[in-house]
Design a protein around this ligand. Structure first.
Ligand code: UD1
Length: 384
């Protein structure tokens, strides 16, 4: 590797870590835990404040035992341009003040790109955790964030084989690329036993393998009233066979309200056609451990999230992805995930298949073994 940070043997390596949104917290947790084993490393944690609600942020810090951020940029919500620009403006002085040797960014949110760009322009090395994933759909803001972040990163930490292929095709020098596995799965493996002791099934009156779990927050699914209404109708149909639990992201909740879909949902919850155990229930976002328990015990998960496609693979729970593509093709190849889009007939067909075939058996992607963070920190920490 010739991209290592070079420094005197006695000096500490300052690693600045950026988090912003819910999935980032799950990815940074094992890195923060790993740094503690390296006296040579001084970690600094920056929260951009892109997610700020207690349930979207603080609860995750508490449950995943992430140290309090050293700095909070308190960005909040705004349009993509304003949010990205404001993060850059507020991050630059922090970088100048702390002078880290390397900045670690994770995933594909606006803060990932904004902080990578500021760092690269100031000549600070950038490490991108979860590099190389591509949906090849530039209508997704995350795809733009991924492509641009990878183009300016010095360490590209890859989770699956497709990532290696994509980065090579884009001409990224191979010595910058490291296949390390999946930090999100490190967290899952660390907390699964604790999650299984959570009481969320009892609290919601659910039986193991007796319900469907839904999550949805992508603009393409929730910002268009026609698409959102169509998907809610599909969940209504599914709820005639199984209770459907839908912890809804604030963006989704706001749109359910704005598009006048609230009444429709409460009618579904109490409909005589609803499954005897429940119907469709939209609830507030929930913490990591409760959600992990809900995923692990579901009959099927329907989602437009990226991370949940991966988590269900490890949990061996069938996942129907409510999108036309995925940047995580390994989950489809291995057999836990199906890309079903938003066409009701297609979704219901695949749902019926799962109801008749029962649970699935699938393998484990290479190096999704709970040691991805250890590999990353070993690379970042082994600097001269
Ligand atoms: C962001 C990421 C997305 C990621 C998702 C995980 C980008 C481009 N998108 O999308 O990749 O999958 O996080 O959840 O960075 N809101 C609150 N409270 C919060 C956070 C958000 O009420 O704590 C509401 C606000 O009204 C906001 C909306 O949700 O306008 C969207 O939030 P934003 O951070 O812009 O994007 P996400 O949809 O969360």
């Amino acid at each position: 590797m010739n991209q290592k940070v070079t420094m005197g043997a006695n000096r500490k390596i300052k690693i600045m870590n950026v988090v912003a949104a819910r999935p980032n917290f799950v990815k940074i947790a094992p890195l923060m835990a790993e740094y503690k084993k390296w006296p040579r490393i001084k970690p600094i944690l920056v929260h951009t404040g892109q997610h700020y609600d207690i349930r979207m942020s603080k609860d995750f810090f508490d449950q995943l035992e992430i140290p309090r951020p050293d700095i909070n940029l308190e960005i909040g919500s705004a349009s993509h341009a304003i949010q990205t620009a404001e993060i850059m403006k507020r991050f630059e002085p922090i970088l100048l003040k702390y002078k880290p040797d390397v900045v670690v960014v994770v995933g594909d949110v606006n803060s990932t790109l904004a902080c990578a760009l500021v760092s690269a322009k100031l000549g600070v090395k950038v490490a991108h955790v979860e590099a190389g994933l591509r949906s090849f759909d530039r209508r997704m803001p995350e795809e733009i964030n991924r492509v641009l972040t990878d183009a300016i990163s010095d360490y590209l930490f890859v989770t699956e084989a497709s990532g290696l292929k994509n980065l090579r095709k884009e001409g990224i020098p191979h010595e910058k690329i490291y296949y390390v596995g999946n930090v999100m799965i490190d967290t899952l493996r660390r907390y699964i036993e604790k999650a299984k002791k959570m009481k969320i099934l009892e609290e919601l009156g659910l039986r193991k393998r007796g319900y469907a779990l839904v999550t949805m927050h992508r603009p393409s699914n929730v910002d268009d009233p026609i698409v959102l209404r169509r998907l809610i109708d599909v969940f209504g149909k599914i709820s005639q066979e199984l209770p459907v639990i839908f912890p809804a992201h604030p963006r989704t909740q706001q749109n359910i309200e704005a598009f006048g879909l609230k009444r429709k949902i409460s009618r579904m919850a109490s409909s005589p056609d609803a499954s005897p155990d429940g119907g469709l229930r939209v609830i507030d976002p929930i913490g990591y451990l409760d959600f992990l328990q809900l995923m692990a015990s579901a009959k099927v998960v329907l989602t437009d999230s990226g991370g949940i496609q991966e988590e269900t693979t490890i949990l061996h729970v069938p996942c129907l992805t409510l999108r036309e593509n995925t940047e995580r093709p390994i989950t489809v190849e291995i057999g836990s995930n199906r890309i079903v889009g938003t066409n009701p007939t297609r979704i219901l067909e695949e749902f019926k298949k799962i109801m008749t075939t029962g649970s699935i058996r699938c393998g484990t992607p290479k190096a999704w073994d709970g040691r991805a963070a250890a590999r990353i920190v070993e690379i970042l920490g082994s600097t001269e």
